[in-house]
Write a protein that binds this ligand. Structure first.
Ligand code: ATP
Ligand code: MG
Length: 183
């Protein structure tokens, strides 16, 4: 009898052949199916084995999809710097996002990350790595993001450690002398 993972692999293979999908497995938590104009982000079911880390990564993927869908609805607050999620199943089970083109290393190296994530009273939670960005209709956008929030509230939010560390530096830079409560 086929396991759920084998069944899903078969379904993916069928879709790939039928619709010309390509599959990107570079993400830690999500499998991304690419069509001409859109991508589909799914939690990495196929990595779901008995180990705890796979299970936690799967949960993390649900959270990331759900946060991405929510942030995308606030895109207008951040000058549409987010590659939009055009359809999402609530709970993070599946996101459909517009497909962006990859960003060359030299473009990423020249990127003013601080300027990108600050948008007036709002900040973007986007990791500072090349694979978080893409080009959509000739504009640089974030393709892997987890929040849009009022900058005064960043300390109250759940943010990944790398983003949190960066927010802390930006806040200090803006004259917010308080630490974020950690040494
Ligand atoms: N909108 C998009 N357009 C084109 N490619 C995309 C898009 N979204 C994601 N990808 C591709 O899929 C890969 C994985 O997607 P994503 O970064 O969202 O997953 P993740 O699990 O959060 O990955 P990571 O471990 O890097 O945080 C990206 O590095 C990129 O190559
Ligand atoms: Mg990510």
């Amino acid at each position: 009898m086929k396991t759920a993972a084998q069944l899903l692999k078969t379904i993916l293979r069928t879709f790939r052949l039928r619709f010309g999908l390509t599959v990107n497995r570079e993400g830690l938590t999500r499998v991304v199916l690419l069509t001409d104009k859109h991508v589909v982000k799914l939690p990495n079911f196929l990595g779901l084995r008995s180990s705890e880390s796979s299970w936690l990564l799967f949960l993390q993927a649900l959270v990331e999809n759900a946060r991405e869908a929510k942030a995308s609805r606030l895109n207008h607050l951040v000058d549409n710097k987010l590659c939009p999620v055009v359809f999402a199943i609530p709970g993070g089970w599946l996101n459909v996002m517009k497909r962006a083109d990859p960003v060359p290393a030299q473009v990423f190296n020249a990127l003013d990350y601080a300027a990108f994530i600050r948008c007036g009273d709002y900040w973007l939670a986007v990791e500072n790595k090349q694979s978080s960005f893409g080009f959509l209709d000739g504009r640089l956008v974030a393709i892997d993001y987890s929040g849009v929030f009022e900058r005064s509230r960043w300390k109250q939010l759940f943010l990944s450690p790398s983003i949190r560390a960066y927010m802390s530096l930006l806040a200090l830079d803006e004259g917010d002398g308080e630490s974020d409560g950690r040494e």
